[in-house]
Design a protein around this ligand. Structure first.
Ligand SMILES: [Zn+2]
Length: 438
């Protein structure tokens, strides 16, 4: 008998953390941080998890690793099982998150963070099989971001699989998600359970159109998440340079200290690349355009205000709710020769969302500004599998029981219907702190 208790990402709430209890051992899958309107939940006690001996991490996004220092503060001293890329990128993500928090919202201190990265760690690789006593597990490539994994477990003849976040097929750098083996129970994300993405290549074409029509007379700002999206953009721009399309006097600027640190990690793990990225890597650095400028200081970032045209600036934050991107925007937003190109989701309540929704005047740092900049919203760059991909993935696992997590209620319900239309299965949609026996 397997018991699974949901400490996060059960339904609308973010912050994946699932406790698995077997008769002979227990373990956690992820330790994600609650974000946005749910952030108060991060303060809820985790003492119950203090003695859990193992934690499997699927990937380095904050909503999958962000509560780890809080867990450590509560006394957790278990062994972390993860891909090395997740652990190394995770350290940058957690340090960055810590420094972005206001002092009164910090639930742990630097000592807890240091202790987190002194935990015992077992690094695992995609495609390999391992065991802990009677528990066997296989690590598979989730194709979501660099180092992302899903786990297939087997315990005394019973098989169960945790998807983590699954990637979108056809996107650059990382491989497409692997299809799972036959299992009895699957715990699967449902973020885009109600949507089908446009093909990735179409979005790349839209990006090209936006950049190439702007740079002859103006600048383009691309707000981007520091993990994966920023590196993807450099990889795409470099591809245009390699094919001779990128004019020699145009420059790409990476203006994000976090994205720059993570970029060095990308070069350390070419084994996570898809075939095309790997072939490019063997020839040269696939992110390093000839005219790439990586800013080191705030001063260098400010210098960009004097540039009038021929620059595309990739900067954080991805939703314009902080970071260097808003400083650039302030200087660019009233000039219609410039472009603001969104390549990621814009959550409600962010400046990015206000602009996407068509506000004509927006408050940026010190005053209201007119939005004269040309705005492009490109939707196909998702790093999550869409409805069709999720359904195919679940079909491949062919489980008796499907447990849907990590999606808003509408997406989960829509995916549930889709699953049941295809085959009769037991589909469960737990809420926070539910415990299921499967
Ligand atoms: Zn993720």
């Amino acid at each position: 008998m397997i018991k699974i208790k949901f400490f996060g990402a059960a339904g609308t709430v973010t912050g994946s953390m699932h406790l698995v209890r077997l008769p002979e051992l227990s373990f956690l899958v992820d330790a994600g941080y609650f974000q946005g309107i749910f952030s108060e939940l991060n303060a809820e006690p985790l003492e119950e998890l203090r003695k859990v001996p193992f934690l499997f991490l699927t990937h380095a996004h904050l909503d999958h690793i962000g509560r780890l220092p809080i867990l450590v503060k509560s006394g957790f001293r278990g062994t972390v099982i993860t891909h090395r890329a997740t652990w190394e990128i995770g350290r940058y993500i957690l340090e960055d998150a810590f420094h972005l928090m206001e002092e009164d919202e910090r639930l742990y201190d630097l000592e807890d963070l240091r202790r987190t990265f002194s935990l015992p760690v077992k690094f695992v690789r995609c495609g390999e099989e391992y065991s802990i006593g009677p528990l066997k597990f296989r690590v598979r490539d989730a194709g979501h971001i660099l180092g992302s994994a899903f786990y297939e477990y087997e315990y005394r003849g019973k098989r169960f699989t945790f998807s983590g976040d699954l990637g979108n097929t056809g996107k650059p750098i990382v491989r497409d998600p692997q299809m799972p083996s036959k299992t009895d129970v699957v715990v699967v994300e449902s973020t885009y359970g109600d949507r089908v993405h446009r093909p990735f290549e179409e979005s790349v074409e839209e990006l090209k159109e936006a950049v190439f029509s702007t740079l002859p007379n103006g600048k383009a700002l691309v707000p981007a998440f520091a993990l994966e999206r920023a590196q993807e953009l450099l990889y795409i721009f470099k591809g245009w340079e390699d094919s001779g399309e990128w004019p020699e006097d145009w420059r790409v600027v990476l203006d994000s200290p976090l994205a720059t640190k993570i970029l060095t990690e990308f070069l350390k793990f070419p084994e996570c690349y898809d075939e095309e990225a790997y072939a490019r890597f063997l020839r040269e650095n696939p992110f390093r355009l000839k005219n790439l400028l990586i800013t080191r200081t705030k001063e260098e970032s400010k210098q960009l205000n004097h540039v009038r045209k021929g620059y595309v600036i990739v900067a954080g934050s991805g939703m314009l709710n902080g970071g260097r991107a808003i400083h650039h925007l302030k200087h660019m937003v009233e000039d219609p020769r410039n472009a603001l190109i969104f390549v990621g989701y814009q959550a409600k309540g962010t400046l990015g969302r206000e602009i996407v929704d068509g506000e004509e005047k927006v408050w940026i740092l010190d005053r209201f500004y007119d939005v004269n900049i040309r705005v492009y919203t490109i939707n196909g760059f998702s790093s999550h599998a869409d409805r069709r991909e999720l359904l195919n993935w679940i079909d491949s696992a062919d489980p008796d029981t499907v447990i849907l997590v990590h999606g808003e209620d509408e997406a989960r319900e829509a995916l549930k219907e889709g699953i049941l239309e295809r085959k009769r299965r037991n589909v469960l949609t737990p809420t926070l702190y539910d415990e299921l026996e499967v």
